[in-house]
Every structure is written in structure tokens, then in C-alpha cells.
Design a protein around this ligand. Structure first.
Ligand code: FES
Length: 129
């Protein structure tokens, strides 16, 4: 199986980048097929018992974010994806899905993002082992 296209995302919190775990420490898990996340749409996935993620397709680029708003834990799977930003359904905080950075309060801390790669039709997310 070859790499048809590859995207590696980086976790960021607000304006500073957190240290990403080494690639060797990541376990890439297939979480969905590309056809399940059309452009402009999101998909909720639960790759492990503890990880709940939201895949976001922004113009063909796939991003993975935690399904938990940093303000009061709102489920971002019910948020509205508006371009590269997702709006929390509870109080309206807005986050950049490519970095996790806060765009609009009341949240003041960014959300977690996960590395993503696409192999053929498979969307894989890098989880720490
Ligand atoms: S829980 Fe998301 S803005 Fe309050």
C-alpha cells in the first residue's frame, strides 16, 4: 500500500506549539474512510476506550480534534464547522481545527489536536502508545 497523500498535523495550544511526541511513539489507527467525511463535514470517531475525536474535512484536508471543548467540556461533535473553525455548541467558543487554538472566547485554552495521515481511502490518527 503506497502513500497516496500524507498529512501530518501538529498539536498546538493557543499561540505556542507544544512538543509533539516522536513519530516512533505514535500508534496510527485507522478511524474512518475518506468517503465518510465529505468536505465541510465532521465525523465523530472513538478509536479507543478513552479517545473521542472529531474528524474535520476542510477543503480536502483532514484534521482531528478532541471531542471536548476546553471551556466546559462541550461536545464539539455537535459543533458547527465553519471553514477551518469549529464553534462549540454550548457557549460559542470557536477553535481553529488545524492548530486547536482559540479563535473566539469564552474558551481561553486551546483544544487538543491529533496527527492525521491519509493512506489511500483510510484516515489514520496518531495516538500515543
Ligand atoms: S463548553 Fe464550549 S464554549 Fe463553553
Amino acid at each position: 500500500m503506497g502513500f497516496s497523500h500524507l498529512y501530518l498535523g501538529w498539536r498546538r495550544v493557543n499561540s505556542f506549539r507544544t512538543v509533539h511526541p516522536l513519530e516512533a511513539d505514535l500508534n496510527y489507527v485507522t478511524v474512518a474512510r475518506l468517503s465518510e467525511v465529505p468536505s465541510g463535514q465532521t465525523l465523530w470517531v472513538k478509536p479507543t476506550r478513552h479517545d473521542r475525536l472529531v474528524l474535520c474535512n476542510v477543503g480536502g484536508a483532514i484534521y482531528a480534534i478532541a471531542d471536548a471543548c476546553s471551556h466546559k467540556g462541550g461536545m464539539l461533535r455537535f459543533g458547527k464547522l465553519d471553514g477551518q473553525q469549529i464553534v462549540c455548541p454550548l457557549h460559542g467558543a470557536c477553535f481553529d481545527v488545524s492548530t486547536g487554538a482559540v479563535v473566539t472566547p469564552p474558551a481561553t485554552v486551546g483544544i487538543r489536536t491529533y496527527p492525521v495521515r491519509v493512506l489511500g481511502d483510510e484516515i489514520q490518527v496518531g495516538l500515543e502508545e
